[in-house]
Design a protein around this ligand. Sequence first.
Ligand code: NAD
Ligand code: MG
Length: 391
Amino acid sequence: MQAVTLLGSTGSIGVSTLNVLAQHPEKYYVYALTANRSVESLFDQCQQFKPAIAVMLHEASAEKLAKKLKESGSETEVLSGEQALVGVAESNKTDYVMAAIVGAAGLLPTLAAARAGKHILLANKEALVMSGGLFMKEVEENGATLLPVDSEHNAIWQCLPVWNQQQHHFEGKGVRRIILTASGGPFRDYELADLEGVTPEQAVAHPNWSMGQKISVDSATMMNKGLEVIEAHWLFGLATEQIDVLLHRQSIIHSMVDYVDGSVLAQMGNPDMRTPIANALAWPNRIDSGVAPLDLATVGRLDFSVADHKHFPCLALAYQALEAGGTSTAILNAANEIAVEAFLKKQIKFTQIATIIEQVLAKVPANTGDTLEQVLADDLVARKVARELIS
Ligand code: NAD
Ligand code: MG
């Protein structure tokens, strides 16, 4: 039996993970569940999965949860705060850590799991975007196993030989480039001029995937793909020019590896995150995920086209930040989080998300990003500058 800690268990990835775990009670049990402040959801999950520990970031929410659990006769211990999130990620009572907190908030507990040498199921791409160099160093030095859950990276991972999957670089392995596929989000067919007036409600209605709010907006701007380019750079040790993005509206091919002999390997499946989650959980074996078998005759056709940087300026900004290096990608990520939040609150227009990020990147000088302190400091400055620009 493997013990699992779920960071961000009440979110979209968290819920999908619990769905997979519930199908295999003989293989896995839940050690800890964590959430920000959704008391009701975490209470229901504690009733079903009976973790030893439940953590809520928000203290008053934790108190509410503790009271409800006590009244129900539950033995789950409730903790609160950032340090408690780190504690359940690094605890010697857990083997697997699902990193599914959204945004920069996921960095410290995910880093703690790396330092403790865990099997990390990585959904929180922001951890690599902010501090990929530091993160990969901790993974390697502490013998952690990094298993990509983001569907594109999991696809690439599956297209590598198993013996190469824990190497984190492609040198001498015959890889020419990787191709990250992107659905293009809800606005892929919009004229440029029509993007200005789109609403948060339209932005979060993704045509193929059901996801949390922030990543849904990121998919609409295609900053999500930009963050994934940066994530791929660190996960697979590839140069910027070896990472391509291709629009593929059906979201059936989740990504591809182009080898020097001309072979292109693709991983396919229905767009359901339970597939990459089950793949990462069971690696190097396979388990049932509950996802319906892919019926290509019904899908009928697979379309591909170029991802236009004019249509998706956030994608271009992400490539630029990756090229600039150091803390540029942490600055990009922080500015994006603030801009997306402001767009969701209807404080800025959809098209201003990119403008704000561009201005923050121009205003905030990047550091080398050699220490976590530097990364966190630049993250804070970028947030402050983004807020000033918005107001
Ligand atoms: P979500 O918003 O649905 O869930 C986020 C979870 O994190 C919730 O449990 C929430 O309580 C918790 N949380 C939020 N803020 C927190 C904070 N400050 N401190 C501690 N916990 C906090 O998000 P999601 O869509 O499940 O995405 C989670 C991560 O996985 C993101 O990094 C996203 O980019 C990545 N990801 C998601 C998908 C997807 O299909 N949803 C696919 C690939 C990658
Ligand atoms: Mg993805």
